[in-house]
Design a protein around this ligand. Structure first.
Ligand SMILES: Cc1cc2nc3c(=O)[nH]c(=O)nc-3n(C[C@H](O)[C@H](O)[C@H](O)COP(=O)(O)O)c2cc1C
Length: 335
């Protein structure tokens, strides 16, 4: 299963292995532009036979960076470097996506930072400004413009980052969204920002669209996987193709992590909302990945740190599962 192809909307992925988006803080300066470092890092995982590589959280506005050295997709001058990157990955026979992100109150930057409500992440963090209606509208436009640039740069997949306590997650969670306007209140109100981001992205992007969520706030007053079953149904109705199921980091993390600790959330959402999911989190063994797929617990396997340690993890996994690797062939987007 791990090495069978997967139909992701108009694409056919050559296997079910996805490189999870991981910030590398490797821009040379604050321009947010691709460097040689990125041009070695990502294509190396394509040589390693990863089916789909998702480029790290890339900021849709300068204020949306997590750190000053983040990749950016807020400006047209960032497109040529990104195009070079997609070309290099395609040349090695893999598909490539990009994660569109805004850090919200978790941005560690000079100057003001923004969030749905003026609540700092912790007592060492800056207090964000509560976003005005105009700032909300501009940020939704920024996600849309970023998706248009992703298309121009040759990406196959767009993933919206709605997880890990960053801006969109801050709108979703009652722990961080205390707004009294139409972007706050009940769970539909708190979903409104993400709904408008998805709708505006879809006006310029008709390829595969993924959303990464944090399915558990790990807090008595926070969101639970059951809340995300509800949100997953809404996302599916809006045409989201797959939900990438992570957890935590709104106010804290899980009390304990262990191999596959987030897989039950991907499974619950897949079964209850009838939407394809990706599983992520301490999935490091080929047989573990195979079990998840064979038992219908998720559709794709996202691998993070193991692919930082070993760019050729997929080749070893194929050997262990006695699976055939797809021979290299010229890249075709197929749509
Ligand atoms: C260095 C590093 C950077 C990360 N950056 C991102 C990111 O940009 N976007 C995101 O959604 N998750 C990010 N994550 C989370 C990973 O994508 C992944 O969900 C997490 O590491 C768990 O998977 P793993 O156990 O296979 O590493 C990052 C993780 C690490 C270790």
């Amino acid at each position: 299963m791990l090495f069978t192809s997967y139909p992701l909307q108009k694409l056919t992925l050559k296997n079910r292995i996805v490189m999870s988006p991981m910030c590398m803080y490797s821009c040379h300066d604050e321009s947010g532009r691709v460097t040689d470092w990125h041009k070695i890092h990502y294509p190396a995982r394509a040589v390693g036979q990863v089916g789909l590589i998702i480029v790290e959280a890339s900021a849709v506005t300068p204020q949306g960076r997590i750190s000053p050295y983040d990749l950016g997709i807020w400006s047209d001058d960032q497109v040529p470097g990104l195009r070079e990157l997609t070309g290099l990955v395609h040349g090695q026979g893999s598909h490539i996506g990009i994660q569109l992100a805004h850090a919200g109150r978790k941005a560690v930057l000079d100057g003001p930072i923004v969030a749905p409500s003026a609540i700092p992440f912790d007592d060492k963090s800056k207090t964000p400004e509560a976003m005005t209606a105009q700032q909300i509208a501009e940020t939704i436009e920024a996600f849309k413009a970023a998706a248009a640039r992703a298309k121009e740069a040759g990406f196959d997949v767009v993933e919206i980052h709605a997880a890990h306590g960053y801006l969109i997650n801050e709108f979703l969670s009652p722990l961080t969204n205390l707004r009294t306007d139409e972007y706050g209140g009940d769970r539909d109100g708190r979903y409104r920002f993400l709904r408008e981001v998805i709708d505006s992205v879809k006006t310029v992007w008709d390829g595969p669209l993924l959303v990464r969520i944090s399915a558990h706030d790990y807090h008595p007053e926070g969101l639970t996987p059951e809340d995300y079953v509800y949100y997953a149904r809404l996302m599916k109705a809006q045409g989201v193709d797959l939900i990438d199921v992570s957890s935590g980091a709104v106010v804290g993390g899980p009390p304990k992590v262990y191999p596959g600790y987030q897989v039950p959330f991907a499974e619950l959402i897949r079964r209850s909302a009838d939407v394809p999911t990706g599983a992520v989190g301490l999935i490091t063994q080929a047989e573990q990945a195979e079990e998840i797929l064979q038992n219908g617990r998720a559709d794709l396997i996202f691998i993070g740190r193991e692919l930082l340690r070993d760019p050729f993890w997929a080749r070893t996994a194929a050997k262990q599962l006695r699976a055939e690797l797809t021979p290299p062939k010229p890249y075709t987007r197929g749509w």
